[in-house]
Design a protein around this ligand. Structure first.
Ligand code: ADP
Ligand code: MG
Length: 280
């Protein structure tokens, strides 16, 4: 059985706070009907961390991400990025969505797709060229820069979306179930790509998934959400070695323990369990 306790107790003090989500609540209103998607979410992400959010389908993960990205107004509570309250899409943030098919412009080449946000950011031409080349190289797509998205596989299209986000040089990279629609092998490759980009670029990553294995494999922490109306069930520290590898890491006994722990939390979340009331 488990010898090392699993849970939030061992969390190391993070350096500076990149993202601070405070008592976030979102109720969708419309046509005389209201849906309380997110009830009360509070957590922080330290600068340079890779944090996964895991929760059942319909738990409000996309709602949360859209609030963080400034694409959706919260009902109450607040999102603070690098000390500033988010009221619209912040400059220091980039998002990779699940639907890569809809996030790339089909009439533009790969290069033009990656370059577009840099033009909007008013990066001078020479700088844009370098950023686009570096980003495409980082995701292994240097040789298809002239292709159009529809000429590429789903996994390659999602690489383009990642390259576009990375080229933007965000301080915080948000990813909303980005690999849900690709095959298992491609998914494993893209997971490793995210880990290697994160380690190399020092960017802070908030990665949303409903896949428990993926959350444990990728994250330094996994924030487990309850079902809707959503609260944080537990903030789990993933104390696996930094050097991760699909075969070695996934066969570690500790990986199995952490996976089982998160699995149990998500199962309880699905059956409607709420966290015990906290004193203080
Ligand atoms: P997840 O991404 O975890 O699957 P969502 O954030 O998409 O969850 O949805 C959370 C809840 O909010 C669901 O009950 C969903 O039906 C509801 N919801 C999402 N978007 C809207 C909307 N625009 N209007 C009304 N309800 C919505
Ligand atoms: Mg979603």
């Amino acid at each position: 059985m488990t010898t090392t306790p699993v849970g939030a107790a061992a969390r190391p003090e993070s350096t500076t706070t990149m993202l601070d989500v405070r008592a976030l609540k979102k109720v969708y209103e419309g046509r005389g009907r209201s849906v309380e998607a997110v009830r009360d979410l509070t957590f922080t992400v330290g600068s340079g961390e890779l944090v996964c959010i895991v929760g059942p389908s319909g738990a409000g993960k996309t709602t949360l991400l859209r609030c963080i990205a400034g694409l959706l107004d919260s009902t109450s509570g607040e999102v603070v990025l690098e000390g500033e309250r988010v009221t619209g899409p912040p400059r220091g943030m980039a998002v990779v969505f699940q639907e890569y098919g809809r996030s790339l412009f089909p009439w533009m080449t790969v290069r033009q797709n990656v370059e577009l946000p840099l033009k909007e950011k008013k990066v001078p031409k020479a700088g844009r060229r370098r950023l686009v080349e570096d980003a495409l190289e980082a995701v292994g797509l240097s040789d298809v820069h002239g292709a159009h998205p529809w000429q590429l596989s789903g996994g390659m299209q999602q690489r383009v979306a990642i390259a576009r986000a990375v080229a933007y040089e965000p301080h915080l990279l948000l990813m909303d179930e980005p690999f849900a629609a690709v095959d298992a092998q491609t998914r494993a490759d893209l997971e490793d790509l995210v880990r290697s980009l994160w380690r190399r670029l020092g960017v802070t990553v908030l990665f949303v998934t409903h896949d428990i294995d993926e959350s444990v494999y990728l994250g330094e922490r996994v924030v487990v959400l309850s079902n809707s109306p959503t609260v944080v069930l537990e903030d789990v520290v993933i104390d696996l070695p930094d050097e991760r590898d699909q075969l070695t890491t996934r066969s570690l006994p500790r990986f199995a323990e952490l996976r089982a722990h998160v699995y149990e939390l998500v199962q309880r979340a699905k059956s409607g369990q709420r966290p015990a009331p906290q004193s203080a």
